[in-house]
Design a protein around this ligand. Structure first.
Ligand SMILES: Cc1cc2nc3c(=O)[nH]c(=O)nc-3n(C[C@H](O)[C@H](O)[C@H](O)COP(=O)(O)OP(=O)(O)OC[C@H]3O[C@@H](n4cnc5c(N)ncnc54)[C@H](O)[C@@H]3O)c2cc1C
Length: 377
């Protein structure tokens, strides 16, 4: 049909919006279908660290994350100009603290591989810590200080991808996608709560809900939600020196002057309710890490569902056996970091170009027909 898009992207999170932006830049006619609002799920609540430092094993996943980290250096100003939205892209630091001998040993081991992933890494004694950030608890016996990472406001970055994409002609349609329409083994459109949309190609970027498309494509997509709870705080005094970490808990300064704190995760399906237990636990850990923070004011609490795969590696590329169908999901804790390069390689594969990085390792086919996610909590 003359007015039909070439490509429909299902899901207005950061992965869908980044892909839509890169597709329209390649001359494709694109519609994004989002059931609620752009950035309303994980992409809108994420802490916004851009870093590769949690990826221990060399390989395609680390290469993708590194390439994405680098790409933001040119993409961030491009998006800011195209959208007019400041998403507070800037430098970030990270301080892994140890209060016990075991934590110190774990930090020492992690430093041995993390030092190759981060521009500047320094081992800090207890005295050094107080020099770097005087508000850290006296219980801290050592720390590892990582400098040269990056950060954004994740919600504003998602909006910037969207607005930049819209300025080039992408249409955002607010509806729930309910299935795919096909002609033989080819995609012919997307069925939605407000009618069918014809297209030649579809990109499935539905985050934690990606597992629900099994009946649409006739094969399992092993993605499960991992809920993360996050608090926005305000506190007097100058910004903290960086993201202060103890175990899974953290408190981090943002470039808009707010402070985010989190580290309380749970596997409870699609239940997005914030739990009091999580709120108290995060506030307690924040005060333990940084005692002056006990006077911080709780401004907002949110939760987000991260899309997890069994091997913790994203799923990117064509859907096997269904021509014109592509999938981009499973970015777990790293979707903001990975969004820049994910959008680019997805747009390349959909428009038939060679991808800048090999993406075979991310194929949905790697799970065969029945992978299940191991319960780890
Ligand atoms: C607390 C927390 C902190 C995090 N911190 C970081 C961080 O510091 N750095 C980092 O790199 N990553 C971080 N992440 C991870 C990151 O947020 C996710 O990996 C990323 O947002 C996933 O993006 P997405 O677009 O795949 O999913 P989502 O943002 O969840 O978007 C999916 C979209 O699809 C839509 N959708 C689903 N089904 C349908 C349908 N049938 N029809 C239409 N629309 C549909 C949803 O409404 C949603 O808008 C964090 C996550 C959480 C929860």
């Amino acid at each position: 049909m003359p007015n039909s898009p070439d490509v429909v992207v299902i899901g207005g999170g950061i992965i869908g919006c980044s892909t839509a932006y890169q597709l329209v830049k390649r001359g494709m006619k694109v519609t994004v279908i989002e059931r609620e609002s752009v950035g309303c799920e994980a992409s809108g609540v994420a802490t916004g660290m851009i870093s590769v430092m949690s990826i221990e094993d060399p390989g395609p996943f680390l290469d993708l994350a590194r390439a994405s980290f680098e790409l933001y250096k040119t993409l961030a100003p491009e998006l800011r100009d195209a959208s007019g939205i400041d998403f507070y892209y800037g430098e970030a630091s990270w301080l892994d603290l140890a209060f016990t001998e075991e934590e110190e040993e774990a930090n020492r081991k992690a430093m041995s591989w993390k030092k190759d992933l981060v521009p500047r890494v320094t081992w800090l004694s207890d005295d050094d810590i107080r020099r770097v950030e005087s508000r850290v608890s006296a219980q801290a016996r050592s720390g590892v200080f990582f400098e040269g990472l990056a950060q954004v406001d994740a919600y504003r970055l998602t909006l910037a991808f969207t607005k930049a994409a819209e300025s080039l002609g992408v249409v955002i349609r607010y509806a729930e996608a309910t299935g795919l329409t096909t002609s033989g083994d080819r995609i012919s459109g997307v069925a939605t709560s407000t009618g069918d949309v014809g297209c030649d190609a579809v990109v499935l970027a539905m985050g934690a809900w990606s597992g629900l498309i099994e009946p649409w494509i006739g094969m399992p997509v092993p993605v499960e939600p991992l809920k993360g709870q996050i608090l926005k705080l305000r506190a007097p005094g100058p910004p903290l020196v960086g993201n202060l970490h103890l175990g899974s808990f953290y408190v981090t300064p943002k470039l808009d002057g707010s402070i985010l704190a989190g580290g309380y995760d749970s596997k409870v399906g699609f239940d997005k309710r914030a739990r009091d237990e999580g709120t108290y636990r995060i506030l307690g850990e924040v005060a333990r890490i940084c005692p002056p923070m006990q006077d911080a004011v709780l401004v907002e609490e949110s939760t987000g569902l991260r899309p997890l795969t069994p091997d913790m590696i994203p799923i990117l590329g064509p859907v096997p056996g269904l021509e014109g169908a592509f999938i981009a999901t499973g970015h777990q804790r790293k979707g903001i970091t990975l969004a820049a390069m994910t959008g680019k390689v997805m747009a390349q594969v959909v428009s038939g170009q060679d991808t800048e990085l090999p993406i075979e390792a991310f194929s949905l086919a790697r799970f065969g027909n029945g992978a299940r996610i191991k319960g780890d909590e």
